[in-house]
Structure formats: structure tokens, C-alpha cells
Design a protein around this ligand. Structure first.
Ligand code: SAM
Length: 272
């Protein structure tokens, strides 16, 4: 098998580059280095297609047969990134998985600021979302309705954690992200040019009764506590999703999906 030019071969999990990438499992390290890990050739290619340069591309020799990997290697080298050929055991250690993907990419984190945010048609704001699976699923759904982005308010889980990235199924590279303290979010919200809709178990309107003229800012509450009073007070409308059975609420990502598809149905004219 021919090895792509300039790829370094690493067989030890104790290699410093591998240890550095393994360290990105910790939020602190991800934030210090402003990097995250995406697993799988498909997601690596999606990142490249979305214009994200790879800081490092790690792959198993067996994957080198795939034409897409040759593309990813060429793009990584052209952008000055590092290419590492490793064994399955190294990849398993790196991703903490028994059956690891054959390709792993290390990518830069990207954050927008509230000031640079363009309202567009639809933004989603999540108050102190805690569950990375919920957050990743929301990013995936936001991508599915072509939402403009997601604002993370307060102390939230990390969208760049392995769990959230996996749950986003590649959407992490297509959905712009902003983070803000509750105070800064509320101050910025005062200048929002359109409708601000909050979801609340005792919302005053059925979510299907509201006209979602863009731009819409959709506000979702925390998994346990729901919307804070301050956030609820900042909404133009508070809507509820009626429930018929015994459940007292919907899961956050499910409630977000119901809202996004209703808003999209009204205004975004989703193509089939
Ligand atoms: N115990 C929390 C409460 O009292 O709000 C439940 C929070 S719920 C699991 C998480 C978020 O999903 C809520 O803050 C709200 O944004 C949304 N949500 C869930 N079910 C909803 C419903 N039936 N109507 C409106 N929003 C809902």
C-alpha cells in the first residue's frame, strides 16, 4: 500500500500528538486550544466542504484506499495541517471506542458574537442547555430547517464535546454558534428586529396559533428548570405545545424540533 506523501506514521498512543488530541476529550483543553474532534471520513469531508480547515487529520492505513481520504489529505496539507497515519489501537484509544472510525479530524472551534449576528430568518436561543445529546440533536434539527444559528445562553454544555458533535451528525459545521451571558443576551434581545417566541408549559398561546413572521428568535428553556422568569418576560409571545397524555413535558430537543418545523412550515417553505 502506498502511503500518502508527508503523512507521519504513529503506532504509540503515548506519542505527544496523539496525547494532545486525546486531551481534547476535556472541555478545558478544547477551550484552551480552541479545537474539537470530528469522527469519521464523512464528517471530515462535510467539514472541508463547509470551509473548515483541518488542523490534524488522523487515519488508519486501511482508509488510505478511499479516494475521499486522498482529497482530505491533500486539503489538509494545502492548509498547513498535520496528517498522521495510525493503528486501530491508537484510534481506539484516541476516541475511547472499541470500534473506532478509521478517520478522525481535529478542527478549529468557531464562535460568532452577538454583535456580528445577522437576524436572517430564524435563530434559536437555548437557556443553560445541559445535555450534549440534546444540544447536538438541536443543531442537527436547526440544520434541517436551515436555521441561521444557535445562541447558547449562560452555563451550557459544550457543543464541541464528542457527545454533542456525534449527536449533531455533521451539522456542527453548518450551524453558526454564539454564546452569551444571560445579561448580555437580554440586553442584545432589546434590539432584535422581529418576533421573540418563548416556549413554556403554561404559554398563553397554542404554538400553532402564532404567525411566525421572520425574523424569529425562538427561546427554549433548560431541561430541568424550564425558561427563567427573566427570559420569559423578554418574549413577545409564550407558546405551549399541547400534550394529551400523562407526560408533564417534552424532551427539550423534541420540543425544539416541533417548534422549528412549525416555524419552517409557515415561513421557510421547506423543499421536499
Ligand atoms: N420542568 C420544566 C418546566 O417546568 O418548564 C420542563 C422543562 S422541558 C423538559 C425543557 C424545555 O422544553 C422547556 O423549557 C420548554 O422550552 C420546552 N418544552 C417542553 N415541553 C413543552 C411544552 N409542552 N410546551 C412548550 N414548551 C415545552
Amino acid at each position: 500500500m502506498t502511503r500518502p506523501a508527508e503523512a507521519r506514521v504513529v503506532t504509540s498512543p503515548a506519542n505527544p500528538e496523539i496525547k494532545r488530541i486525546r486531551g481534547l476529550a476535556l472541555r478545558k483543553k478544547r477551550e484552551e486550544e480552541k479545537l474539537f474532534v470530528a469522527e469519521g471520513l464523512r464528517h471530515v469531508m462535510e467539514a472541508l466542504e463547509a470551509g473548515w480547515p483541518l488542523e490534524t487529520l488522523v487515519y488508519q492505513a486501511e482508509a488510505a484506499k478511499r479516494p475521499k481520504l486522498a482529497e482530505a489529505l491533500a486539503a489538509t496539507r494545502a492548509a498547513g495541517g498535520l496528517c498522521l497515519e495510525v493503528t486501530e489501537a491508537v484510534l481506539a484509544k484516541m476516541t475511547k471506542r472499541d470500534n473506532p472510525q478509521m478517520v478522525v479530524g481535529v478542527l478549529p472551534q468557531r464562535w460568532q458574537t452577538l454583535e456580528s449576528l445577522r437576524p436572517g430568518k430564524l435563530w434559536i436561543a437555548l437557556e443553560t442547555v445541559r445535555d450534549p445529546g440534546n444540544l447536538g440533536t438541536i443543531l442537527r434539527t436547526a440544520d434541517a430547517v436551515a436555521a441561521d444559528g444557535v445562541i447558547l445562553i449562560g452555563e451550557t454544555c459544550d457543543p464541541y464535546s464528542p457527545e454533542a458533535v456525534r449527536a449533531s451528525m455533521g451539522s456542527i459545521v453548518r450551524v453558526p454558534l454564539v454564546r452569551a451571558t444571560p445579561e448580555r443576551f437580554l440586553a442584545w434581545r432589546a434590539g432584535w428586529p422581529g418576533l421573540v417566541v418563548g416556549t413554556h408549559l403554561s404559554g398563553e398561546a397554542d404554538y400553532r396559533e402564532v404567525a411566525y413572521d421572520p425574523p424569529v428568535l425562538l427561546l427554549m428553556g433548560n431541561e430541568q428548570a424550564g425558561l427563567t422568569e427573566a427570559a420569559a418576560a423578554a418574549c413577545d409571545r409564550l407558546v405551549r405545545i399541547p400534550m394529551a397524555g400523562g407526560a408533564d413535558s417534552l424532551n427539550l430537543s423534541v420540543a425544539t424540533a416541533v417548534m422549528l418545523f412549525e416555524i419552517a412550515r409557515e415561513r421557510l417553505r421547506l423543499s421536499p
